[in-house]
Ligand binder design. Structure first.
Ligand SMILES: CC(C)(COP(=O)(O)OP(=O)(O)OC[C@H]1O[C@@H](n2cnc3c(N)ncnc32)[C@H](O)[C@@H]1OP(=O)(O)O)[C@@H](O)C(=O)NCCC(=O)NCCS
Length: 160
């Protein structure tokens, strides 16, 4: 069953569905536009075949506008990837995808959700703060960047 979210500001209706292989062509097209180090098709396929993964797509007018991949590790959920098509950003889609992951994690009795984000990725950091994540650490020189290396900020959202 899809979950439907309405962004009050933009009045965008976002339908969230479990991800499947048929979605990958459109997801890869977005992924290559929005990520500094895009995942390959195989990386998405591997997540889809992982029984402990929770992967979603967001549809606007039945067209894929965003996606989220996450995996349960013991009683934690790790957010592995999230992206929203450039022309669909700032309409509540990233937030809706995260809320779907929170709901699925709660259903699976997960204690906490963790993620890493580039220290310069202010849109993503703002999104995670809005969704209730807090900073718990820094991994220096974690990502390759245009200027060499950059740190990852480690964030967590406790569910219970
Ligand atoms: C990060 C990303 C997924 C956000 O998706 P989105 O659908 O645009 O986010 P939303 O519209 O749901 O925004 C929710 C909140 O996040 C924050 N936010 C999102 N984009 C922002 C921006 N460009 N600048 C500042 N804050 C921003 C705001 O607090 C926003 O709430 P508001 O609109 O009420 O102010 C999207 O920008 C993206 O795909 N970026 C490239 C890929 C990426 O960086 N992924 C994360 C890797 S860790």
């Amino acid at each position: 069953m899809p979950t439907t979210y309405l962004d009050q500001k933009a009045k965008t209706v976002v339908k969230i569905l479990p991800m499947n292989e048929e979605h990958l062509k459109d997801i890869l097209c977005i992924e290559r536009k929005v990520q500094m180090e895009p995942w390959s098709k195989q990386m998405f396929v591997d997540e889809l075949s992982n029984k402990r993964s929770l992967n979603f797509v967001a549809l606007v007018n039945n067209i894929i506008a965003g996606y989220l991949c996450s995996a349960m590790v013991y009683d934690e959920l790790h957010i592995l990837n999230i992206g929203v098509a450039p022309h669909c950003q700032r309409q509540g889609i990233g937030y809706s995808l995260l809320m779907e992951a929170v709901a699925a994690a709660t259903k699976n009795k997960i204690c906490a959700i963790l993620l890493e984000v580039r220290e310069t990725n202010l849109p993503a950091i703002s999104l995670y703060k809005k969704a209730g994540f807090v900073k718990i650490g820094i991994r220096p020189n974690y990502y390759a960047s245009n200027s060499g290396k950059e740190a990852a900020i480690l964030m967590i959202k406790y569910l219970r």
